[in-house]
Design a protein. Sequence first.
Length: 291
Amino acid sequence: MYTNDKKQERVRRDCAHFAKQHGVRCAARRYGVSPGTVTKWCRLSRRYGHVPIPAKSSRPKCSPRALDKTVVEKIIDIRLEHNRSAEVVHKRLKGEYGVNVSLSSVKRTLDRHNLLRKRSPWKRLHVSQPRPEALKPGDLVQVDTIHLMKNDGTRVYIFTCLDVYSRWAYARSYERSNTRNAVHFLKRAQAEALFTFNMIQSDNGPEFSTHFTERIPQQHRHSRVRRPNDNAHLERFNRTLQTEIDLRWPQVSDINRKLKTYLRWYNEERHHFGLNLETPLSAIKCFQAID
């Protein structure tokens, strides 16, 4: 029996329970159904227990307009070949193989085989902020995370930030990469800096989600998806950091001890070509003197 009435599920349960006590035919007369139907409900009741007995789905098992099996296989093969979008699969089907199917059929086929990338319903849209020009320290501070693999297969993380104007940098290691540690890192970085952070720029990692935006006092903007060049200054610092510090067999305490010494040298003594061979500290003091 096919029905969308939720009350019928309880009726089936009660009818099966009544039939166990008074017999199938007596239950059939009482509930106005055939004895065969009551027998089926009793069989289902033994399977589900004393709970409402669900109805069968009214959806047909097959459709006369269903795509041919060879077309479905071709859609899947094209998708797996280069992992392109449904629109590209639809275009290639029509152009290269002469298969004329609708785009919605291609998307539906990929969805049934779990080959579509669906946006998470829990992920909120990032509000785009215009990218400011770095005219003074703190105008644009880039933030990122470095992932390091330990010997036991687990990871440690280094949060890094860099001021685009002065090239002043800060980094600290954590056991986990999450929003809580990202906020804690930014507070420590602001306490160490000699200037105020105005705009924070990060990639679209989960540690820099909307929750991160809501928990920091600064303005926050995200770089474009799959555009690491938007954070080019910080990406270069991350590579320099991994090149100039021995990060083998990483432990959080050892990394933070090395970072403390390295960052003092990086900000106060290391000469940067982007600053005309000046140091980040001298660039900050020069601006503060002019201002």
